[in-house]
Design a protein around this ligand. Sequence first.
Ligand code: NAP
Length: 484
Amino acid sequence: MVARIIPVEPFDLVIFGGTGDLARRKIFPGLYRRLADGQMPPEARLIGAARSDSDDAEFRALISAALEEFLPAENLRPEIVAQFLEMLSYVKIDALGEGGWPELKGKMREGVVHAFYFSVAPSLFGPIAERLKERGIADGQARIVVEKPFGHDLASAKALNASLAAHFDETQIYRIDHYLGKETVQNLMAVRFGNMLFEPLWNSQYVDHIQITVAETVGVGGRGEYYDRIGAMRDMVQNHLLQLVCLIAMEPPARYDHDAVRDEKLKVIRALDPMEPDDIVRGQYAAGPGGPSYLEDVGDPRSRTESFLAMRLEVSNWRWAGTPFYVRTGKRLKARASEIAIVFKDAPHSIFDVPRGRHSNILSIRLQPNEGMQLGVTIKEPGPGGMRLIDVPLDMTFAEALGDDHDAIPDAYERLIMDVIRGNQTLFMRGDEVEAAWAWTDPVIAGWEARGHIPSPYDQGSSGPDDALMLLHRDGRRWREIRP
Ligand code: NAP
């Protein structure tokens, strides 16, 4: 099966922070792949902007090296690489200074889409937005793209939103949460709203509970000092995991369009119950085979920041009352695996001689690795020997369905940048969504800070602290295995 590529229209994309880690690791390699796939038109222009003294030739050399470092060698076709590098240019700009802006304005062409990617610290979002607008570089059609972290609490998120809203309309602002760009995450919506099969069962009457796991094997590594100011709640739950909760829990939007989808997601965040301390487990990895402990990694023996978080959430609305959402995320866990599992209830009465509580119908949606979906069903074990039941997975793994073409699945960043050019905001967070997520998160963090809560240590390579297991055990449930 070969994916159908629909090219986007020509554009000028300015990447502030074009020499930075995110640009080199994700943005430029992603754009290269879109060109190689024929989705990005050869007339597109990519303009890197940063403070360092550099020129077009040096910038092209930097990005050429980034393509070699971050893309598999077999993806690099010399004629496409040459074409891609030709599209690049560099302008020296200090976001807080005065130089370089007229030069940038001179580079922007008439009659093409204009997009500005702010791949810089959030403190620069406002100053860049202001200069782009005041110097007439960005008009009312231009799009701006911003990255997480979008604030560190409600007040800072509101201030960031206000600094952008002073110069750009909400319809021009694209807040990236790259989880929403994942193939399986979008497929979750396709499966729910494109079929008759699931939606009638998608509620507390038929769904026993939901589990969302985002597990990493890496520690905080060189980012220790930064991470220690943030923790798993701000780094993963407030944004990525809550977005996944929203997509699972939301009502069917009337249309697949940006405001219809985001209105429904917003309602979910607003329906989240405040958290009770008993429903939260926080942990920090101990020293182990993977390396030093969290406390050693961040260089602060008294740090109370969590590298692991497990929570039991309730969405208090008509559809979900009584169906818990268990979410967990952490570092230095036993495998790198992200999964959503919709665990359906048992049949109301079993005519077979099998124990209750088997939960054989589980829709599992893997975000990484091996993006794909599986639906567990019970069937008769084939062959003679009477009525013996077995649970088998109906496999919808994309890599297999797409055969050799599975490299054609665009990375989340690639897809999202193409959506920016198309002017499709559906997979980007709206300002009020971000604020609502912080409004829910802030009191949870304030609660554990006020109690002076100390995260529990957990073994590296484990599934997190034992208390996290208890979170489900006390409800008569258990976590799914974290499998690579
Ligand atoms: P980085 O490696 O430190 O790069 C920062 C970039 O911004 C550099 O190109 C830097 O170049 C430029 N810059 C800094 N100050 C500037 C100024 N005053 N005016 C113009 N350019 C300036 O950071 P990063 O990791 O790429 O992250 C960029 C943003 O994305 C951050 O907000 C980060 O939190 C977010 N993010 C990053 C990742 C990731 O994987 N790296 C993932 C998610 C979100 P000069 O020093 O030459 O100016």
